[in-house]
Design a protein around this ligand. Structure first.
Ligand code: HEC
Ligand code: HEC
Ligand code: HEC
Ligand code: HEC
Ligand code: HEC
Length: 501
């Protein structure tokens, strides 16, 4: 009897001890998970150096630094150009215009025909901009740095120097901080690039997406803040941006401000929309995002069509050297394209796919190695899709192959139109006769370029990409038809048509 009591007592003691030990271990882990901030160093509004942030957040910093990796996927990823690995050119990536000469033909007369390369990791963004022939061989402006450097502190300094109230110590999101930011932005944007680039030191860093005190996500870029005001003021439905829809139904006394209104899930995309968007950026006007009618390709086109530069001249990116057509250049509309897709509709953010959570011990950490999700065995996708990595990669490739095939046809059609317009000019056609063909070229080219410049090869919104390319093909063929109907004697034109077949 007594032995039994003793045994029970011992067992109870052991179990209790075990439970306590387990609980201690668990609460350690929980505490670890909660203290994501180790507070080794004080971060301020002026801490642009990511290594300083790395002292407090070593895991995020380590993955952030891995954006130097270069690995290719079928249509994306990053890749060094073996041909460019020479004495001083180790850092250059693959040239898109050499890979597809049709792109060069389409941009004839514009800086992109000089140099346009495959994108790569965030670590390279400032270097690649400083080194591109588009900057080295053409005069560019400070506005280029909006998306290629940690630049908010420089904006604020320039703003303060020009009379904006307050000091750099005030939070960026305070009234003074915002006044400084917005005052400095046009000043630095208008500087010659060589001068402006001296005001910055780092590519995108922690401070550009995070508040140094609370570590909350935040929007720091004037281009996006202004762009979202324009978008909110439009009537285009944006069901994937609930806070914009909600603002529209309110009293609208203050303009839309994502830092006050956007949800955390919205911010997980908006931080990327600071840069991965279509924009105007050159010397005639301060950088802006053309979202006044909405985010679709034809809505952006309508903004450009209706726009005049401050000097009174009609909006234009360049005049095509071969055909004389006015032309727009599209740039990486990832945010706009994602906005038209089923994932945005379902509330899936950029960060969900490009910065998935990774487990480290009991901690869940966002992978700051921002890259193609295909380079991570589609792990990001498997949070929601219960398919094998192989199957998911296949689905992406099917979408991309189809988009690429359609885009190729659209490019052929645009290049044929360009050649035939040139031939018609040689045969003596007057400008009035060519106006229709040139206008169709502008429309067709803008659409092909929109899908080409978008970096997912259709994945972010497959059907939308196909719709845009379908329109591109139609416009290009209508342009060719308008030339054929001129009934020019042109042997040249006939030859060109034959050559294009
Ligand atoms: C549902 C998942 C998903 C979402 C959401 C998503 N993407 Fe992507 N993204 C992809 C896939 C898949 C690719 C194609 C990658 C490839 O071809 O290697 C891609 C490609 C890209 C690329 C080119 C990558 C490369 O390696 O060249 C960029 C840039 C990009 N996305 C940015 C964004 C931005 C910005 C957002 C939000 C506005 C976003 N993505 C939303 C899955 C997603
Ligand atoms: C400050 C501007 C900026 C912000 C903010 C930004 N990007 Fe980028 N991103 C760039 C630039 C510039 C490049 C191209 C760098 C180069 O090619 O040198 C790039 C490249 C990429 C690539 C291609 C990587 C590769 O290896 O080819 C992906 C994917 C990407 N960004 C996704 C995102 C996502 C997702 C977000 C938001 C979490 C984001 N970016 C936020 C400017 C930005
Ligand atoms: C609104 C943001 C934004 C602005 C402004 C901007 N860029 Fe970029 N840039 C990006 C993003 C995002 C990428 C990566 C996606 C891509 O390559 O399509 C990129 C990629 C690049 C690249 C690498 C790929 C390539 O095109 O060869 C270069 C070089 C570059 N930009 C130069 C410039 C120059 C020069 C300017 C000023 C005329 C400029 N950028 C203005 C966002 C921007
Ligand atoms: C392009 C924007 C961007 C940049 C640059 C960036 N982050 Fe983040 N970071 C994010 C996003 C998005 C999340 C997810 C936040 C959420 O879901 O609330 C995040 C989350 C975090 C978190 C919260 C814990 C976690 O892992 O989810 C920490 C800490 C963090 N980042 C630290 C850093 C540090 C340190 C740097 C610089 C080395 C940095 N971030 C640079 C976008 C960025
Ligand atoms: C946070 C959840 C989530 C993540 C992460 C996610 N998806 Fe999805 N995906 C969805 C939802 C929701 C749908 C809509 C389907 C539905 O409603 O039944 C969808 C639809 C799709 C579709 C069909 C629609 C289309 O655009 O053609 C494909 C393909 C797809 N996802 C692939 C991917 C891939 C590849 C990744 C990773 C790069 C990914 N998804 C990541 C939730 C997600």
């Amino acid at each position: 009897m007594k032995l039994r009591y003793i045994l029970v007592a011992i067992v109870t003691a052991l179990v209790t001890f075990g439970l306590f030990a387990l609980r201690d271990n668990m609460s350690d882990r929980k505490a670890e998970a909660h203290t994501t901030v180790f507070k080794l160093t004080d971060l301020t509004e002026q801490t642009t150096d990511p290594a300083e942030w790395g002292k407090n957040f070593p895991r995020q910093y380590d993955s952030y630094r891995r954006t130097v990796d270069m690995e290719r996927t079928r249509y994306g990823g990053s890749e060094a150009d073996p041909g460019a690995i020479g004495a001083e050119d180790v850092h250059k990536t693959v040239s898109n215009i050499e890979r597809d000469p049709r792109l060069k033909a389409m941009w004839n007369g514009y800086a992109f025909a000089i140099d346009f390369r495959e994108d790569r990791g965030h670590a390279y963004m400032l270097h690649d901009q400083r080194e591109t022939d588009r900057v080295l061989k053409k005069p560019q402006v400070g506005a280029c740095l909006h998306c290629h450097a940690s630049i908010t502190v420089a904006y604020r300094e320039a703003g303060i120097a020009a009379g904006a109230p307050g000091t750099l110590d005030e939070p960026l999101l305070s009234d003074n901080g915002q006044a400084q930011l917005m005052k400095g932005f046009p000043i630095i944007s208008a500087m010659p690039y060589e001068e402006a680039t001296k005001t910055v030191e780092h590519p995108v860093t922690c401070l550009d997406c995070h508040d140094p005190q609370s570590n909350q996500l935040r929007i720091t870029r004037p281009g996006l803040l202004n762009g979202l005001i324009a978008l909110a003021n439009s009537t285009e439905p944006v069901p994937h941006l609930e806070s914009v829809e909600k603002w529209r139904t309110g009293n609208r006394e203050q303009p839309y401000d994502p830092n006050r209104l956007a949800s955390r899930q919205e911010l997980r995309s908006l931080v990327c929309a600071q840069c991965h968007v279509e924009y105007y950026c050159a010397s005639k006007e301060t950088l802006f995002f053309p979202w006044h009618n909405g985010l679709k390709v034809e809505q952006i086109e309508a903004v450009y069509d209706g726009h005049t530069f401050p000097d009174g001249s009609p909006f234009l990116d360049f005049k095509h050297k071969q055909s004389g057509a006015p032309a727009y250049k599209a740039q990486h509309p990832e945010f706009e394209t994602w906005s038209q897709g089923v994932h945005a509709r379902a509330g899936v953010s950029c960060a969900d796919c490009h910065m998935p959570y990774i487990r480290e011990g009991a901690m869940k950490v966002s992978d700051h190695h921002v890259r193609s999700p295909l380079l991570n065995d589609a792990k990001a996708c498997q949070v929601c899709h219960r398919d094998s990595a192989e199957e998911l990669v296949q689905r992406v490739h099917i979408i991309q192959d189809r988009t690429a095939a359609l885009m190729s046809r659209a490019l052929d059609a645009v290049v044929a139109l360009i050649n035939e317009t040139e031939a018609a000019m040689a045969a003596g056609a007057a400008d009035e006769q060519l106006a229709a063909a040139r206008d169709f070229q502008k429309k067709a080219q803008w659409r092909v370029d929109f899908v080409n410049a978008e970096n997912s090869m259709g994945f972010h919104a497959p059907q939308e990409a196909a719709r845009i390319l379908g329109e591109a093909i139609d416009y290009a063929q209508q342009g060719r038809l308008s030339l054929a109907m001129l009934g020019l004697p042109a042997a040249g034109a006939a030859k060109q048509v034959a050559a294009a077949k």
